[in-house]
Design a protein around this ligand. Structure first.
Ligand code: SF4
Length: 477
């Protein structure tokens, strides 16, 4: 299975590299984001102070995660928010379906939520006769084309305005062709405004959930999050169980570093604090609010002290914007919900390191992702650890799919290596042959062809170390 997937990523990446339009779209967008982020942090010491504080808050939240989740449930219940727990995506989908059916809801308008992408919620609801419409502009654009997000913050970043102009003129009723961004936005707004008014229910993600107060925080720029959560009579929020923080005061530094790292903004246009359904005498807000908390492998990740750092992620996307692989191949090449560096460590942990062997090897390990991550997730170290887990059966490890990524060729090669190195006479013969004839080995020979695809062929030295030591009179002792 892993061999099949490995070919997928390599093929998809190779195909993306041959698409000059895609590369230009990504290059332009990522360069802009890198410049804007940099401008937000003119003093490296201020940045480091904010990173230290944010890392400490996220680490502290994870340290007492079970207690905070219980506290969150109690605080939400006090506020009138109904909390539901789902171990799997299937359970979460069924829960949401149940909530919608209980209210007779047939249309759902959605704010941005990567967890709902993880659940493939739209397809699930559509199979049950419920229309789920994305209202974030980027999500709306890709939904029109039946695509998945190519970036966690900017889902349609792979498209330029000419492509969107063509798409709108073909897919939106009565839309004329225009490349004017304001006119394009107005067209989408016209469609969505009516949908907000008509929708039976709204669904959103959660950036931070505050255990102390039972507050759901939502960061956004378009106002669609507010419309999705306030206009329809029913609001359902979905979140991964790691999104909880202890106190309201924890949110301010995380918010400050999130918007700066993500889009280079000091603050986002909207910041919603949702504390429950509409109160008596209030003029707006939903009559019912539900919170669905999804596990989907997160507790297993949480159980490992090193891998737990993965759950510190605040989904800012900065690691993608700075990744030399992602910026050249784009998000779709990963064939995963979460692309780029965070996806390379999160997806294999959720789906199994053997199944997504392709992703853990799709990295140059340059370290840029770890350097920019606002909550200091050691992505390169975790990648190296997952590469080891993919091929070793460590009894103490809880990593999904451990050791299943070991191919028959690798197995054979390591057995051969062990067999030769355990027999000094055989080892001497093998090194004699390697030093004399290694150069003649073709670059596309089985075990080295993956390496030589993008690198020069390794050539053994003309004499082995033992031979040189003997020649120079050095003792083996
Ligand atoms: S891993 Fe770090 S940089 Fe990447 S999305 Fe998460 S918080 Fe942002």
């Amino acid at each position: 299975m892993h061999a099949e997937n490995e070919v997928h990523f390599r093929d998809a990446a190779a195909k993306a590299l041959l698409d000059p339009q895609l590369r230009a779209n990504f290059r332009r967008a990522m360069d802009g984001l890198i410049t804007k982020r940099k401008a937000q942090f003119p003093d490296p010491r201020d940045l480091q102070d904010l990173r230290d504080l944010s890392t400490a808050i996220r680490s502290r939240s994870l340290l007492c995660l079970p207690e905070l989740l219980e506290q969150l449930e109690a605080s939400c219940a006090r506020n009138g928010i109904k909390v539901h727990w789902a171990e799997t995506c299937e359970q979460a989908n069924q829960l949401i379906l149940g909530i919608l059916q209980a209210k007779g809801a047939k249309t759902l308008v959605k704010g941005k939520s990567m967890v709902s992408e993880e659940m493939h919620l739209n397809a699930f609801l559509e199979s049950k006769g419920i229309e789920a419409l994305e209202s974030d502009l980027g999500e709306y654009i890709i939904q029109l084309d039946g695509e998945t997000p190519s970036h966690i913050i900017m889902p349609a970043i792979h498209k330029n305005k000419d492509q969107i102009a063509r798409q709108f003129s073909q897919k939106i009723k009565d839309a004329k062709y225009t490349e004017d961004v304001d006119e394009l936005t107005a067209m989408a707004r016209k469609v969505l405004r009516q949908k907000f008014l008509d929708a039976d229910a709204g669904l959103s993600g959660v950036n931070f959930a505050v255990a102390e107060t039972g507050t759901l925080c939502l960061v956004e720029n378009e106002g669609n999050g507010r419309m999705s959560t306030h206009v329809p009579p029913l609001h359902i929020a979905v979140m991964g169980l790691e999104k909880v923080v202890a106190r309201l005061e924890d949110v301010a530094p995380l918010y400050a570093i999130l918007t700066r790292s993500a889009t280079g903004q000091a603050v986002s246009t909207y910041f919603n604090l949702i504390t429950g359904p509409r109160g008596a005498g209030e003029k707006d807000g939903p009559q019912e609010v539900h919170l669905v908390i999804l596990d989907n492998g997160r507790s297993r990740i949480y159980a490992d002290p090193q891998l737990r750092a993965t759950l510190r992620c605040i989904r800012c996307g900065a690691c993608m914007n700075h990744c030399p692989v992602y910026t050249r191949v784009g998000g779709h090449a990963y064939e995963a919900i979460y692309p780029g560096p965070i996806g390379k460590i999160l997806t294999p942990q959720m789906e199994g390191v053997g199944v997504r062997h392709d992703l853990i090897h799709g990295s140059s390990l340059c370290g840029a992702c770890g350097e920019v991550c606002p909550v200091e997730i050691p992505i390169p170290e975790i990648l190296v650890r997952l590469r080891r887990e993919a091929t070793h059966d460590d009894m103490a490890s809880t990593v999904a799919g451990k050791a299943t990524g070991r191919t028959a060729t690798e197995d054979w090669a390591w057995r051969l290596w062990a067999g030769v190195t355990k027999r000094p006479a055989l080892y001497r013969v093998a090194t004699w042959f390697a030093t004399r004839f290694g150069k003649a080995l073709p670059a596309n020979a089985p075990l080295i062809k993956n390496w030589t695809q993008s690198r020069t062929k390794p050539v053994p030295a003309r004499r082995s170390l033992s031979e040189r030591m003997r020649a120079e009179g050095a003792s083996h002792e």
